[in-house]
Design a protein around this ligand. Structure first.
Ligand code: G6P
Length: 607
């Protein structure tokens, strides 16, 4: 969603800010803008649409000379994505400019109050109240004006602020929306996402909620909202320059799909020891003394990973597990108590609904274990223990390696819990671990075995209705496979439990309908073949996903995507990979903006 970049130092600020904004494009946005402090004072450029338009409008930044400034990509919440609503927003007197991620919940009351005091509003945004509050609270001290302003704000916000009286000074503010400071020699910067500043800095600081920072070329000071100095905790940025680059791939999504064997190795290797799953001390104090139940919560692909994890934990540990969407869980008065282990999944660790659901669960006494990719993200701060998925930066909006590493870590966790609960014998545990050791190679095989996917995408996915069906873990994977297709190709795809077809959906099956039948559950193969026959009898063409050498499927389906056998609990990981590719090739064929699909954001930081 929205992105923030700020800079002060010896370089021209505008080109720096534009490059930072480009690195944030993947998060999703619909307008962009810059404010640069130069000799002539505050200079502003804003536009709806892509950053390239902003770059053209400012001649690559040359039209805004100056060495400090702030930039923003906006994903519209309050007010349409127009030039006027784009950030930065400026106070009436033109002294302050501000960029903002998040939502100011009390903005309507503030707007009414400020209008009564004579402020004239130019935009429909909630953000503009901040610029006017700064101006009204200003008596010559920038820092004080900022503290007075944040004291009036309710909601979530990360801010970048400049003031014409203090050229070379930039403020960064964080309350429930991420912001990272990048430290350099004679220059300093900040951004809402490491991707924007990683190429320029090796040392960084994560601002905590309720903190703000003053950045000048010669140094950075961090304060809490009461104005007390805070000693910042510096961490090393170890992104290689290639981590956020395409490295020769046509799209980030394709690169990230192909990276999955490597990502899975780095997710699993630290949790496998001497032929067994072993999480060592990683679970910390997150396990309740008596494990009564498990609740898995997340949004989007992470939720679908949770649906696979539910089946694995229930099967191996024999404790009741529910997987619940975070946006539903928080309002459902959930049955959660001190004997509940809550597992929260999030690639970004910043999804607003997931964070809110976790807060709700904690308030009911539950322990929270977070499974997260982004180090140091907000979710990691809320949890009793964190399991990192170590997938590396995921840039494409549609999750791929984020999802498979979540499923792999959850399955390994299921084995770890089963071991601790004494539910499995050592040979059973060894067999599970052996499957996990083999998983990265199996995923590579699932890619290598299916060179015909571009052609299959053309034949099955470009027109007519598209259904994904499966049973058990196959059904959980079908949900994610259909989501991938919808997200990037904009084709309407639905996932159904195969057994539910005849309770309604089969009425929609007709000549030309495409059905992708996931058939990795060997014990349910007979049932899946019946479902395939049913839809074929009504004119559907069927593309099956099945283990190598499964003759009965070769006979029943029109075409087959072959995947290696990895064992009932691990099949989902190998199985989803060709289906990610199927969606990718369909979207490519349809000319879609694969890495940045319309209306979607990588990290949904508003509810
Ligand atoms: C957005 C993204 C999805 C992602 C979901 C949850 O909708 O577009 O790809 O699965 O958020 O994100 P999280 O970072 O919490 O895993």
């Amino acid at each position: 969603m929205c992105g923030i970049v700020g800079y002060t130092g010896g370089r021209e600020a505008a080109p720096f800010l534009l490059s930072g904004l480009r690195a944030l494009e993947y998060r999703g946005y619909d307008s962009a803008g810059l404010a640069v402090m130069g000799e002539g004072g505050l200079q502003l450029a804003k536009t709806s649409g892509r950053i390239e338009r902003l770059a053209e409008k400012t001649r690559g930044g040359a039209a805004l000379p100056g060495r400090s400034g702030i930039g923003h990509t906006r994903w519209a919440t309050h007010g349409a994505p127009t030039d006027v609503n784009a950030h930065p927003h400026v106070s009436c007197g033109g002294r302050f400019a501000v960029v903002h991620n998040g939502i100011i919940e009390n903005y309507a009351a503030l707007r009414a109050e400020l209008t009564a005091l004579g402020c004239s509003f130019r935009s429909e945004t909630d953000t503009e109240v901040i610029a006017h509050l700064l101006e009204l609270g200003y008596d010559g001290d920038f820092r004080e004006a900022l503290m007075r302003t944040v004291a009036r704000l309710e909601g979530s916000y990360a801010l970048g602020v400049v003031c014409t009286d203090f050229p070379g000074e930039v403020y960064a503010v964080r309350e429930a929306s991420p912001l990272i400071l990048g430290l350099g020699a004679g220059e300093n910067c900040f951004a809402s996402d490491l991707a924007a500043i990683a190429p320029y800095t090796k040392s960084a600081v994560r601002l905590e909620d309720g903190q703000f920072a003053r950045l000048r070329p010669e140094g950075v000071q961090v304060y809490d909202f009461a104005g007390r100095p805070v000693e910042p905790e510096i961490f090393r940025v170890d992104w290689g320059p290639e981590a956020a680059e395409k490295g020769g791939w046509e799209h980030f999504m394709l690169k990230e799909i192909m990276e999955q064997p490597r990502a899975l190795r780095s997710a699993l290797a630290p949790r496998l020891r001497d032929g067994l799953v072993d999480f060592g001390a990683e679970l910390g104090s997150a396990l309740p003394e008596r494990l009564g139940s498990v609740v898995i919560t997340a949004c989007g692909s992470a939720y679908y990973a949770g649906c696979v994890g539910k089946l694995a934990i229930e099967r191996l540990c024999r404790v009741p597990v529910t997987a619940e969407l975070a946006s539903e869980l928080r309002y459902s008065d959930p049955l959660i108590g001190e004997d509940t282990l809550v597992i929260a999944l999030s690639q970004s660790g910043e999804t607003a609904d997931t964070l809110a659901a976790v807060r709700e669960c904690r308030s009911r006494g539950a322990k929270v274990l977070a499974i997260v990719n982004a180090e140091g993200s907000s979710l990691t701060k809320l949890a009793d223990a964190v399991l990192y998925t170590r997938a590396g930066p995921e840039i494409a909006v549609a999750s791929t390696k984020g999802y498979t590493t979540q499923v792999a870590v959850l399955t390994a966790l299921a084995a770890e819990l089963a071991r601790r609960l004494g539910r499995l014998t050592e040979p059973e545990l060894r067999e599970l671990a052996a499957g996990l050791y083999r998983l990265p190679d199996a995923v590579q095989k699932a890619i290598d075995l299916n060179p015909g996917l571009p052609e299959l995408a053309r034949r099955y996915c470009l027109g007519g209705a598209l259904y994904y069906i499966g049973r058990g873990t196959d059904r959980a994977v079908a949900l994610e496979a259909a989501l991938k297709m919808k997200e990037i190709s904009y084709r309407h795809a639905e996932a159904y439990a195969a057994g539910e077809l005849k309770h309604g959906t089969i009425a929609l099956v007709e000549e030309g309908t495409s059905v992708v039948a996931l058939c990795c559950r060997t014990e349910l193969l007979g049932k899946m073949i019946s479902s395939i026959e049913e839809v074929k009898a009504r004119g559907a063409k069927v593309l099956a996903v099945a283990p190598a050498g499964e003759r009965r499927i070769l006979a029943a389906a029109d075409d087959v995507i072959t995947v290696p056998r990895t064992g009932p609990l691990l099949d989902p990981v190998a199985e989803i990979v060709p289906l990610q590719l199927l969606a990718y090739y369909a979207a490519r064929e349809l000319g879609c903006d694969i890495d940045k699909p319309k209306n979607l954001a990588k990290s949904v930081t508003v509810e």
